[in-house]
Design a protein around this ligand. Structure first.
Ligand SMILES: C[S@@+](CC[C@H](N)C(=O)[O-])C[C@H]1O[C@@H](n2cnc3c(N)ncnc32)[C@H](O)[C@@H]1O
Length: 195
């Protein structure tokens, strides 16, 4: 994201909290069990939600965001290990985690299919994969607008795509989707899956 976006990220996203984002973050973190991996942790907005005893590894390629996440982590104990890495090349062994989680991250990952393969590789069989994402809506008019705006939007919003079908990508990657929830006219989706 770079220094400026990392600095602006928290105040820019805060207005979405009362619209549901705060609640959906809590829903994602509730899936935390055993050893947890959070993908694209960003500035660490989910970190205060993990139990103190929880063992969490969290990755993000953006150094400026990670520095902010480190400040958040330092306020709350040492069960959280932050590492600079891309979801497409996770620096972890096969089946290392009991849960892999992410919020608002598959919109930005450069190669989502590859990242999903990696997420599946590092997750134990039977492990939980839970996401909240903003996605391409089903309404064709709005979806068309999302397609039209995305080329410009991703230039100014750190690579964020407004028009991804993350649910289809998760299913294609071989996860078993147990449940989904759609919010704000399908703009946001919660995905609960297992390996
Ligand atoms: C919209 S922000 C979301 C941050 C955080 N998950 C949240 O909910 O506030 C997207 C994040 O994805 C990260 N990201 C971009 N490319 C990535 C990749 N290839 N692998 C993992 N994370 C990536 C960005 O650096 C950024 O922190």
């Amino acid at each position: 994201m770079g220094e400026l976006l990392a600095m602006l990220y928290d105040p820019l996203i805060a207005p979405l909290d009362p619209m549901g984002v705060r609640r959906w973050r809590e829903w994602v973190v509730r899936a935390a069990r055993g050893r947890v991996l959070e993908l694209g942790v960003g500035t660490g907005l989910n970190l205060p939600r993990y139990r103190m005893s929880q063992s969490v590894a969290a990755i993000d390629p953006d150094g400026a965001s990670l520095r902010r996440a480190m400040l958040r982590r330092n306020g709350r104990g040492d069960g959280i290990a932050l590492q600079q890495a891309r979801a497409e090349e996770l620096p972890f062994a096969d089946e290392a985690f009991d849960a892999v989680l992410g919020t608002l991250v598959f919109c930005t990952i450069g190669d989502p299919a590859r990242a999903l393969r990696e997420a599946r590789r590092v997750l134990k069989t039977g492990g939980v994969f839970r996401l909240v994402e903003h996605v391409r809506v089903e309404n064709r008019l709005i979806a068309g607008a999302q397609d039209a705006i995305t080329p410009l939007w991703k230039q100014i919003a750190g690579g964020c795509h407004l028009n991804r079908d993350t649910l289809a990508a998760v299913a294609r990657a071989g996860f078993r989707v147990r449940g989904t929830s759609r919010h704000i006219g399908g703009l946001f989706i919660g995905i609960d899956a297992i390996k």
